[in-house]
Design a protein around this ligand. Structure first.
Ligand code: ATP
Ligand code: MG
Length: 427
């Protein structure tokens, strides 16, 4: 029978890569807790309509990339392609706005998009995201960018660039949209097929095209910055000055758009120069009209999502994290000694030591070799004679130095044992 493999565009995450994931997840938890953000876990699938309305029918995600299926109850469901729509649905459904003030939420989890798999682009991938709901203060925009920047910097990533833009409010964009249609129409025949289609439906998204000829045409297109009204300009100036105060470098990129009607004001992306074609690690912005669009009360909001696979690729370019190594490795032989060894292992684990138990029943020297290659700091050796005398042998694997220890020192006084040996381990 032929063996079954992971589906195209999905992958298993194994050691040692898993240690990079655990590291960045732990760091994210710490940084977001320090900023008083609350974790939210929403379902992996939602009603298809949520994404159609929340992301927009004219986007690549909704138009081409969704995993949509009809369940046995005849409902159209979709594996979530991103996290904002679900978070906003939960915000409305649980009336989180009734708690007053600002909600700061974060999430992490698998997302699903039917894309052409390549380095840094998968069909099941993972995002970490934040959403700040209920504030139109430009400080909220600057805060979320600062948190992303701190997180990436603490991970050790130094080659990052923040691209910043404002897409204004609905009124500004209506004027800009007209200017774009006027500009692109004479080039219509030269645009790629998707962009031609967007010319009438959503011309802002043409700026986002990855087609080479379209990109050339985009170079001379009008800039959104020339179409911002007084309110939008004021908001954008404030965001920029707050970022400058925070010492966060950014470059203005008037071609950076989030082409939906619900996106407003700040749009940003964080790029890494080390990532090649898939260079964006973080994308975000303000979406003051989305909550109302999904049926909630008018609620301004801003957020971002980071692609974790791309972060892990970057971490691996720096250096690979390794497995935490065992403090103790238990070597035993003979039925009585083997039972005692399991008992001792549990005592040590409860006392906080990383403890590995050899289950092989092999000869002592073989087990000791495994203790060394596992990188353990010390081996604890238990044979028939040790059990008879109520002792075991502790062997420091780096020096070969050996000492006898009473079994009861570990099993009856684990706290004293912990204190004595924690010191030896740290010295
Ligand atoms: P791209 O232009 O690379 O397709 P996007 O605009 O579709 O990105 P967003 O929807 O803004 O991406 O998602 C935020 C982040 O999630 C991206 O910056 C990227 O790091 C990551 N991401 C998006 N799609 C994928 C994917 N298919 N595989 C891995 N990571 C992804
Ligand atoms: Mg994409």
């Amino acid at each position: 029978m032929s063996s079954i493999q992971a589906s195209r565009g999905t992958r298993d995450i194994l050691a040692p890569e898993i240690y990079d994931w655990q590291h960045l997840e732990a760091l994210a938890r710490r940084i977001l807790a320090q900023a008083a953000y609350t974790e939210i876990r929403t379902p992996s699938f939602e009603a298809t309509e949520l994404f159609a309305r929340g992301i927009g029918e004219t986007t690549d995600i909704v138009g081409k990339e969704m995993y949509t299926f009809v369940d046995k109850g005849d409902r159209s469901l979709t594996l979530r392609p991103e996290g904002t729509a679900g978070a906003v649905r939960a915000f409305i459904e649980h009336k989180l706005f009734a708690q007053g003030g600002v909600q700061r939420l974060w999430y992490t989890g698998a997302m699903f998009r039917y894309e052409r798999p390549q380095a840094g682009r998968q069909r099941q991938f993972h995002q970490l995201g934040v959403e700040v709901l209920g504030s139109k203060d430009p400080r909220a925009d600057a805060e979320v960018i600062a948190i992303a920047s701190d997180f990436l910097t603490e991970l050790g990533l130094t080659d990052l660039v923040v691209d910043l833009n404002s897409v204004g409010n609905a009124e500004d964009r209506l004027a800009y949209r007209g200017a774009l249609v006027d500009y692109f129409t004479p080039y219509e025949a030269e645009l790629d097929a998707d962009s031609r289609d967007r010319l009438t439906r959503n011309p802002l998204r043409i700026l986002d095209s990855k087609d080479k000829r379209t990109q050339e045409i985009v170079q001379a297109a009008p800039s959104i910055l020339d179409y911002l009204g007084a309110e939008s300009q004021k908001h954008f100036e404030r965001v920029r000055s707050l970022l400058q105060d925070l010492g966060i470098a950014f470059r203005l990129n008037p071609r950076l758009v989030r082409g939906l009607d619900y996106y407003t004001h700040t749009a940003f992306e964080i790029q890494s120069t080390l990532l090649g074609a898939q260079s964006a690690v973080c994308g975000g912005g303000r979406y003051d009209r989305l909550v109302a669009e999904l049926g909630g009360a008018d609620t301004p909001a801003v957020g971002w999502a980071i692609g974790l696979e791309r972060l892990v690729l970057l971490l691996q370019k720096l250096s690979q994290r390794t497995a935490p190594t065992a403090d103790f490795y238990l070597v035993s032989r003979g039925e009585l000694a083997e039972a005692k060894a399991l008992f001792v292992a549990q005592s040590l684990r409860r006392a906080g030591f990383i403890t590995e138990l050899d289950l092989s029943g092999a000869k002592f020297d073989k087990q000791l070799k495994r203790a060394s290659s596992a990188g353990a700091k010390a081996a604890l050796i238990l044979g028939e004679s040790e059990v008879a005398s109520g002792q075991l042998q502790l062997k420091w694997l780096a020096t070969g130095e050996q000492q006898a220890i009473a079994l009861t020192d570990i099993t009856a006084n684990p706290e004293t044992f912990r204190q004595t040996f924690s010191q030896r381990f740290s010295s």
